[in-house]
Design a protein around this ligand. Structure first.
Ligand code: ADP
Length: 573
């Protein structure tokens, strides 16, 4: 019930267009019933051969309802879909906004395919919530009042017979269908989500699947899920057919019962015979509002399951709490870390244990160490992806916790090993760093990153699309684009996270040259396991299992003959 209320609240901003669409839905059904009634009246009346003038009213009625039904149907479709699509885009934005603060710490539990599926399929499922869950009962209720009031004018008997069968079709049939299909709606959504996840995974991992000969296994898994999905869909379709058959049965029973009741009224002279067919056909017309009701429960179940999946993602608390307002102004760019300890979860071993360093503005610090030493953890904390509890990190003398993470990140450029390039042009990918940058600025950054000539040589220069994740570029070119981005962003603090890892030594060295240019005048923390080019660093921290094992400049550390020396020798045999 809580989720239901939450979902309704989510739709609340669109209540006006929804109300309008609901009223139009009622007018459509009303016009349908009116058309049947007016036609019945006209035909019955005409059978008695009255002067045509006496039939005029009925003829106008038939014309009016015939046209109004089509017009109302069109308007109802128009407004209900307009409301639905607005709602969907509202939900998508809402979900994305809620998702963003959770990245990356809280989203690591989800496979990317799963998130895509939640974002696409579950949001789409919610489309039904208004169209198939909220609107039909309201239209049915209004129709019930309207037709009941109409029939009551001719006699309470037919009106109550209508009420009885209408309620049976509106409530009892859906409940029976619900009992049959219990759990089906939720399971259908879950299976659809699992299938989507599997498909996205399969497509993203195509190369690995082919290389390891896993296609048969993958096909079997997708096949099994499809089979299950198909089975559930068949079951849902079976229930749907049963429900419409049941509603049809009740509708016809209502009509016959009203006829059986009304015929004695006519023979007794209490009812003009001309109205007999009118009563029967208006009853039939009114039932149009009932037909979608049996499926309401199934759609409720599906919508709620989808909503629950969305809520589950965004209800995770962001890893980093919002700082107390108002946030102070950043006063300087010297970085100090004192007694910094961190573990990813309570009880887990410390990824960082009592880290200390001070870096003046424009200073350069390298953090090296074997894998698992805690280097990336330091980056995660500096970028406020995770919150730290023990120790302190300050920038310009102020604790990082005092700033909203986005504000802080405006002052920090990051070049990581896995530069993400969007499936857009080179220009658009560069402008990401500074959307308002002019052409001159863009070219200067690209030249400094030594990528300008390469871009110029591309078929469409800066407007060449880079392909998904930049697959049309080599690793070195991607890194240079990342450096150009950082140059463009021009922020005073620079984080390099294995910026040259994965590149061959020659390319790596060349990229390093561009990186050196980037470091000029910036407070830099460089994480690396490659020990080349560290001579220019002001201090090197050699980390091992979360602790600083050694510290000093390159030459001092070599002389010491400790871990650094060992790593150096290993890399330079
Ligand atoms: P490095 O970057 O030096 O290779 P990391 O900072 O990635 O080391 O890892 C330090 C320790 O923290 C490792 O023991 C690693 O298993 C653990 N760790 C890293 N990331 C996570 C995470 N997201 N959740 C839990 N533990 C993690």
């Amino acid at each position: 019930m809580k989720d239901f209320a939450r979902l309704v609240k989510l739709m609340a901003p669109h209540w006006k267009s929804m109300l309008l669409a609901t009223l139009l839905g009622f007018f459509t059904v009303g016009s349908g019933a009116g058309l049947l009634g007016a036609s019945a009246f006209l035909i019955s009346g005409a059978a008695l051969h009255p002067p045509v003038l006496e039939l005029m009213q009925a003829i106008v009625g038939v014309r009016f309802f015939g046209i109004s039904r089509a017009v109302f149907r069109y308007l109802e479709r128009y407004f209900s879909h307009d409301a639905t699509f607005r709602l969907l885009s509202h939900i998508r934005v809402w979900f994305y906004q809620a998702l963003e603060p959770l990245a990356p710490a809280r989203l690591m539990e989800y496979r990317s395919g799963e998130l895509v599926s939640r974002m696409a399929a579950d949001v789409e499922t919610l489309e039904q919530f208004y169209l198939r869950v909220l609107a039909p009962p309201l239209v049915a209720l209004l129709t019930l009042f309207g037709v009941f009031a109409f029939l009551a004018r001719f006699g309470l008997g037919p009106a109550f017979v209508f009420l009885f069968f209408f309620l049976a079709a509106a409530a009892a049939a859906p409940l029976a269908v619900r009992a049959l299909g219990r759990g089906g709606g939720g399971l259908l959504g879950e299976t659809r989500a699992a299938l989507n996840t599997q498909m996205v995974d399969t497509i993203q991992g195509m190369t690995e699947i082919a290389a390891f000969n896993l296609s048969a296994r993958q096909q079997r898994q997708v096949g099994e899920l499809s089979e299950k999905f198909l089975g559930l869909q068949e079951r849902a379709a079976g229930i749907r057919s049963l429900s419409s058959a049941l509603a049809g049965l009740l509708m016809n029973l209502a009509m016959w019962s009203i006829l059986l009741l009304a015929i004695p009224l006519v023979t007794r002279g209490d009812l003009d015979g001309i109205y007999l067919a009118v009563l029967a056909l208006v009853t039939l017309g009114g039932f149009e509002a009932v037909l979608p009701l049996p499926m309401v429960f199934q759609h409720i179940e599906e919508s709620l399951a989808a909503a629950r999946r969305l809520f589950a993602v965004i209800d995770a608390k962001p890893a980093v709490p919002e700082p107390p307002a108002p946030s102070p102004k950043l006063r300087g760019y010297d970085l100090r870390v004192r007694g910094l300890s961190f573990s990813y979860a309570p009880g887990e071993p410390r990824a960082l244990d009592g880290l200390d360093f001070a870096l003046p503005r424009g200073g350069r610090l390298a953090v090296v160490g074997p894998s698992g030493a805690g280097k990336s953890t330091l980056v995660n904390l500096l970028l406020r992806f995770w919150d730290y509890r023990e120790g302190s990190i300050s920038l310009g003398g102020q604790e990082l916790k005092a700033f909203p993470p986005e504000e802080l990140r405006r002052h920090i450029s990051v070049v990581t090993q896995n530069t993400y390039l969007f499936n857009a042009s080179v220009r658009e990918n560069l402008l990401l760093a500074k959307p308002g940058a002019g052409e001159k600025e863009l070219l200067r950054a690209a030249r400094e990153a030594q990528i300008h000539d390469f871009i110029q040589g591309l078929p469409r220069g800066y407007d060449t699309p880079v392909g998904e994740r930049g697959f049309k570029l080599s690793g070195g070119q991607r890194q240079r684009l990342a450096i150009a981005r950082a140059l463009l962003k021009n922020s005073p603090v620079l984080l390099l996270d294995e910026a040259t890892a994965g590149l061959d030594p020659v390319t790596g060295r060349k990229v390093m040259e561009s990186v050196s240019r980037l470091m000029e005048g910036r407070t830099t923390v460089a994480i690396t396991h490659d020990l080349t080019g560290l001579e220019g660093m002001d201090e090197i921290l050699v980390m091992d299992r979360g602790r600083v094992a050694e510290r000093g400049r390159h030459s001092e550390l070599l002389e010491k003959g400790g871990l650094y020396r060992k790593m150096w020798e290993l890399q330079n045999i």
